[in-house]
Design a binder for this molecule. Sequence first.
Ligand code: SAM
Ligand code: SF4
Ligand code: FES
Length: 348
Amino acid sequence: MEQTEHLISRAATTHHLTLAGLTQLLEDASSEELLCRAADEVRQQYVGDGVHLRGLIEFSNICRQDCMYCGLRRDNGKIERYRLTEDDIVRLAEKAKGYGYRTVVLQSGEDAYFTAERLASIVRRIHAMDLAVTLSVGERPREDYALWRAAGADRYLLRIETTDAALYESLDPGMRYENRVRCLRDLRDLGYEVGTGSLVGLPGQTPEMLARDILFFQDIDADMIGIGPLIPNGDTPLGTAAPGDFHLTRRMVALLRLLLPEANIPATTAMETMVPRGRELILASGANVVMPNVTEGDYRRKYALYPGKICVADTPADCRACMGGRIAAMGRYVATDKGFRRRKIRKH
Ligand code: SAM
Ligand code: SF4
Ligand code: FES
């Protein structure tokens, strides 16, 4: 087994590790600080001190899928469902622009009401405001992705959740791993910036599986990677599962920065749901993006993927001011551009 310090310094300079090397570092809690310091340096070198804020609009919690971990799953009868109107969504985007956001992320369950054309018309209206548009609405046919891209969508977030196909299909009943990968490849072909990521702590998931996830993100040349721990939701079949490990998730983020140095990596809301100030800790361990919520009123609470979600009683203005202050207190700054990936490494 190679010495940990050697592995970390090799990863920081070559941006490559083998499956065995990655697994070793994921398992090694004792070298977490060293690993995260190296990731912070690589972050500084490749993407700088700017933190990109993306305004998150949670526009519908209606979902036709039944993922075992998610509170929005079709069979969850306890959740109060809602769907914002087209005009409401556009109004929230306008407000987000007013708070200084340059990107909005439109996220929802897989809600069939939002036909390709309906969502395209929303994208057109928001694109016309000179905002970058990120969509995160799940698996759709290539034609839908193509229509939204033509309407002005810039980015798409679709986590692979886990690259272990059997585990994926056991936790996302009715969904096919192959189709998830097909979606990611279509999005890439169509010229989107592609965001993906993993859920850490799925029952049966091993460090080696997480290491394979990292190699997969490298292989598809992901532009953004969002990693979060599983937070068990009592109204789902995984309600009594153990929560994902915060520190393992942190090591995963740090390794992603070392292996995909120019990617945009968010400090996710789930990290702060688990640990107070968790987003700062992750921003200091390789991350460079935060997605503050711009959904208003009671809809924040109703978009209940998991319990204990932060900011449910706060306003969009609170979150913007809160994150701005915290980023400045870290000696970093809020980036004022749209935050597209900047390529420093030439592809051969
Ligand atoms: N429906 C779209 C999809 O699945 O891609 C977008 C919305 S979905 C709610 C966004 C992400 O929430 C999922 O990719 C999943 O990783 C995460 N998520 C769902 N339930 C969770 C839980 N209990 N704990 C942590 N993250 C969860
Ligand atoms: Fe629906 Fe996405 Fe939740 Fe799965 S993770 S149930 S697709 S909202
Ligand atoms: Fe919402 Fe701090 S980010 S109040």
